[in-house]
Write a new protein. Structure first.
Length: 740
C-alpha cells in the first residue's frame, strides 16, 4: 500500500533524508492531547516541504484507521468565496475517501452538488449538512458565513464524525493579502483563529521568515525548520538520479556538487536533468566539468529559469541592495544602506520589504542582512554582474568558473588534511602478521606499557605485526578531549585468538604542516593512559604518526616512554610493506586472496530485501574457501543482522548497507542502517511467555554469536553498525588446540 500515492510525490527510489522527520510528524499526529499538538514547518523554497507533507498524508491514509488526514495546498489569486468552497470540498471529499477507502475520491474534481449526492448515498448525513449550509450561505451572498462554515468543516468532522482529524496545510502564506471583501477580514487571520481552537491537530508550512509563528501563539505549537539535505543524503540522491539517467560521475565531484547546491532537492534534480538532456555542457567527472555545468545552470539553465520565476526583483535598486548585503556579509542598518548606495530612504525601505518577502534578506530589530542560500547568491551575482557591472554573459560566467575552480582546489586541500588519519586506520587494519623493517618504527625501550610488538631474536630490525580484527576512532569513547586525533585497533599477537594474545594499538595522528611538539606528546600520553585503563588489555602499543616528523624534544620524550614514532614518508613505506602481504598461508591465500578485497551491497527498503545480501554472502564466502556448514552459518547470521537493522533502528524505510571485507584469514561483514542507535541490550533474548514458552523474536544475538567468531554492535554517526567476523582457520578450534 505504501506505493499508492494519492497526491503526486517523488518515487521512493529518489527520496532521501527525510524519513526521521516524517516519522516525528506522524507521532505528533497520533497524539490525543489537550490542547491538540500542532507543527509549523518552516523552510526556504524547494527544500521539500510539500513532499514531506504529502508523504505524511499517504502514511496516515493507508497505515491506520483512527485519524482522518486532510491535505490542502492553498492557491494564490483565488477570490475568498471560491477558496472557501475549494477548501470545504477538499475536507468532505477526503473524509469520505478515508471512510470508504477510495483514494480516487480524495482528488476527484466532481462539482459540489454531485459530491453532495455521493455523501447522501454513502449515509454521511453530517457531511451533507456541511455542504447544505455552505450552499445556503452562498445563495444568500453571506460571504462571512461561507468562509467560516468552510473553515469549521474539520471541526465538524472531528465532533460529528467521531474521528480525530489531522489537518495538513501547505503554502498557507499564499493567502497573505487575500481578504473576504473590500474592507473585510483577512482570510489568513480567519484561518489562524480557527486553528487556535483545540479541536484537532495540524501541520502548516511556511517560509523561513514566516509571520505565522507569531500569529499562532497560544497554540501547542512546535516549530521545525527544514534545510537542504545533509552531505551524505545529497550525494546519495545525486548518485541515484545520475545512475537512473545513465550519467557518469566521480564521487568526490558529487560531494562538491552536493555542497555547492546546498543539498536542495530541486537544484539537484534540475542540474542532472539538464545534464541528461544535453542542454548544459560539462559533467560530474572532474572539477572543471562541474564548474562549467554549475555556472551554466545558474546563469541560463533550469535553476536560473526557476529562480527568475520565483525571485522577481523590482529593478536596479533591489540589485544594488542585494549586492551590498552579499558583499558585506554582516548586518547593516537602513541608514547605512542609504548612505553607502546614495539612496532615498523610501526607495531603500521599499526594496528591503520586497527582498524580505522573497526570503533574500532578513530584518531583525532594525538590522538587515543577506538571508539567501548559496545558489541564490550565485544567480543574483551573475545578474548583478551583467546588469550593474556591465559584463558580458560570457565574461561573467568565466569569472564564476574561475571562482569555483579556486574554491574546489581549496576544498580538496582541506580534504587532504584528513587523509593521514584514514591512512593510519587503513594501515592498522592491514596488519595480518607481516614482518616489516623495524626502521619504520623508531622504538624506545620497552617498559610495563611498552611497545608490545615482538621483535625477532635473530634480526632486531625485523618486527612481527599482530593480526588486527578492527580499527576505529577514539572520538566516540573520549569525552570532551582536545588535541590530535587518536585512533585505535584491536587484534591478536601471533594469531593467538585468546585473551592472552590480545593487543591494542593506540595511535596519535598529527596531520599538519608543523612537526609534533612536546605539547602534542604530553596530551597524547595523558589520553592514552586513560584509554589504557578503560580497556584493561594485557598488551598496549602506543604509536604517534606525524606528517612532518617530530621536534627533538618530542621525539626524545616519546622514545623514553617506549612509544613508536613514524613520519609521513615512513607511513607510506609501512603502507607499502603491509599491503604487499607477509607470512600468510591460509586457505584464502591459496584462493588468490593476498590483499583485502571489499564488496558493497545496498539493500533497498522492501520485503525480503535481506535475501540479496544472503546471496552475496554465499558467493563471497564460497570463493574464500569456507565449507558448506560455515557458509550456512554466515548466511543465517546475515539474515538476522539485516532484520535487526531494519527493526531495531526504527528506520525500515532506509537503505541497509552491507560491506564484505575478504582477508586471507577471515571474512568481515559490516551491516549498517541509519536511524535510532540500538545496542546489544536491545537484541538479547526476551523472557519467556507465560507457560514457559519462549518468545518467537529476540534470539538473534544469541544465534549470531553461536554462528560467528566475533559479533559487535557499534554506534556510528546517524545510525548503527553491526560487525560479523568469521575466521577461515576457526577461532574456537585454534583456542581449544592451545589449551590442550
Amino acid at each position: 500500500m505504501r506505493d499508492k500515492s494519492i497526491f503526486p510525490i517523488t518515487p521512493d527510489g529518489g527520496f532521501f533524508g527525510r524519513t526521521p522527520l516524517i516519522e516525528h510528524i506522524l507521532q505528533v499526529a497520533k497524539k490525543t492531547l489537550h490542547p491538540s499538538p500542532a507543527i509549523l514547518l518552516k523552510g526556504k523554497r524547494w527544500v521539500g516541504k510539500t513532499e514531506v507533507l504529502r508523504r505524511v498524508h499517504r502514511e496516515l491514509f493507508w497505515e491506520q484507521a483512527e485519524i482522518v488526514p486532510v491535505y490542502y495546498r492553498f492557491k494564490g489569486g483565488l477570490p475568498a468565496s471560491d477558496l472557501a468552497e475549494d477548501f470545504l470540498k477538499a475536507v468532505v471529499r477526503q473524509y469520505a475517501a478515508f471512510i470508504e477507502r477510495r483514494p480516487a475520491l480524495a482528488v476527484s474534481e466532481m462539482p459540489l452538488l454531485k459530491l453532495k449526492r455521493h455523501l447522501q448515498d454513502s449515509g454521511l448525513d453530517f457531511a451533507v449538512d456541511i455542504v447544505s449550509r455552505h450552499l445556503d450561505a452562498k445563495k444568500g451572498l453571506d460571504l462571512t458565513s461561507v468562509l467560516r462554515n468552510a473553515l469549521s468543516a474539520p471541526k465538524c468532522v472531528a465532533e460529528e464524525g467521531g474521528q480525530q482529524v489531522f489537518l495538513i496545510l501547505d503554502d498557507l502564506e499564499r493567502l497573505s493579502g487575500t481578504v473576504l471583501c473590500r474592507g473585510g477580514p483577512s482570510v489568513i487571520n480567519e484561518i489562524v483563529e480557527t486553528l487556535k481552537e483545540p479541536d484537532f491537530s495540524f501541520i502548516a508550512s511556511g517560509r523561513l521568515t514566516t509571520p505565522l509563528e507569531g500569529m499562532l501563539s497560544g497554540c501547542c505549537l512546535e516549530t521545525i525548520t527544514m534545510t537542504g539535505l545533509g552531505e551524505d543524503d545529497a550525494v546519495a540522491m545525486m548518485a541515484e538520479v545520475a545512475r537512473n539517467f545513465s550519467l557518469d560521475f566521480d564521487t568526490e565531484i558529487l560531494t562538491l556538487a552536493g555542497k555547492r547546491l546546498g543539498g536542495n532537492p530541486m537544484y539537484i534534480k534540475e542540474t542532472l536533468l539538464d545534464l541528461k538532456r544535453g542542454d548544459v555542457p560539462g559533467g560530474l567527472k572532474d572539477l572543471k566539468g562541474f564548474a562549467d555545468l554549475y555556472v551554466s545552470e545558474v546563469s541560463r539553465g533550469g535553476i536560473a529559469k526557476a529562480l527568475a520565476s520565483a525571485v522577481k526583483l523590482g529593478g536596479e535598486v533591489d540589485l544594488r541592495v542585494l549586492g551590498l548585503l552579499m558583499k558585506d556579509k554582516g548586518a547593516l542598518s537602513l541608514e547605512e544602506i542609504c548612505g553607502r548606495l546614495d539612496l532615498e530612504r523610501e526607495d531603500a525601505a521599499g526594496a528591503i520589504g520586497l527582498l524580505a518577502a522573497l526570503d533574500l534578506v532578513e530584518r531583525n530589530l532594525g538590522s538587515i542582512k543577506w538571508a539567501g542560500d548559496g545558489v541564490e547568491r550565485d544567480y543574483i551575482d551573475y545578474v548583478y554582474s551583467t546588469l550593474i557591472r556591465s559584463m558580458s554573459p560570457d565574461e561573467a560566467r568565466t569569472w564564476m568558473v574561475r571562482d569555483i575552480l579556486r574554491q574546489g582546489s581549496l576544498a580538496r586541500g582541506e580534504k587532504m588534511k584528513g587523509e593521514l588519519k584514514r591512512d593510519v586506520l587503513a594501515v592498522l587494519s592491514s596488519f595480518r602478521g607481516q614482518s616489516v623493517p623495524g626502521s619504520l618504527f623508531r622504538a624506545g625501550p620497552c617498559g610495563d606499557n611498552g611497545p608490545g610488538v615482538q621483535e625477532s631474536e635473530d634480526r632486531e630490525n625485523i618486527i612481527n605485526l599482530p593480526f588486527m580484527s578492527g580499527s576505529f576512532e577514539a572520538r566516540g569513547i573520549e569525552k570532551n578531549e582536545s588535541g590530535v586525533p587518536v585512533v585505535m585497533a584491536q587484534g591478536f599477537q601471533n594469531k593467538r585468538y585468546d585473551a592472552g594474545g590480545e593487543v591494542i594499538w593506540i595511535a596519535g595522528v598529527k596531520d599538519a604542516a608543523s612537526p609534533v611538539n612536546l605539547g602534542d606528546v604530553e596530551n597524547f600520553l595523558r589520553r592514552t593512559s586513560i584509554l589504557t585503563k578503560r580497556f584493561r588489555c594485557g598488551r598496549v602499543v602506543r604509536w604517534f604518526v606525524g606528517r612532518e616528523g617530530f621536534s627533538r624534544e618530542a621525539a626524545g620524550r616519546l622514545e623514553r616512554e617506549g612509544v613508536y614514532l613514524t613520519d609521513g614518508p615512513g607511513l607510506q613505506g609501512l603502507k607499502t610493506k603491509t599491503s604487499s602481504g607477509g607470512r600468510v598461508g591460509d586457505a584464502a591465500a591459496a584462493q588468490g586472496i593476498s590483499q583485502p578485497r571489499e564488496f558493497e551491497v545496498v539493500l533497498p527498503p522492501g520485503r525480503n530485501a535481506e535475501l540479496v545480501g544472503v546471496r552475496a554472502a554465499a558467493e563471497i564466502s564460497s570463493e574464500m574457501g569456507f565449507d558448506e556448514d560455515s557458509i550456512a552459518r554466515i548466511k543465517a547470521s546475515v539474515v538476522e543482522a539485516c532484520i535487526n537493522a531494519f527493526e531495531h533502528s526504527r528506520h525500515s524505510t532506509g537503505r541497509t548497507h552491507l560491506r564484505f571485507i575478504q582477508e586471507p584469514d577471515k571474512l568481515t561483514i559490516h551491516i549498517s542502517n541509519p536511524g535510532v542507535y540500538f545496542d546489544e541490550t536491545s537484541l538479547i533474548k526476551s523472557p519467556a511467555r507465560p507457560g514457559g514458552l519462549p518468545r518467537k523474536r529476540g534470539w538473534g544475538m544469541e544465534l549470531m554469536k553461536g554462528f560467528m567468531d566475533e559479533v559487535r554492535v557499534e554506534g556510528m554517526e546517524g545510525g548503527t553498525r553491526m560487525v560479523l567476523v568469521k575466521y577461515l582457520a576457526g577461532k574456537g578450534v585454534e583456542k581449544d588446540d592451545g589449551e590442550r
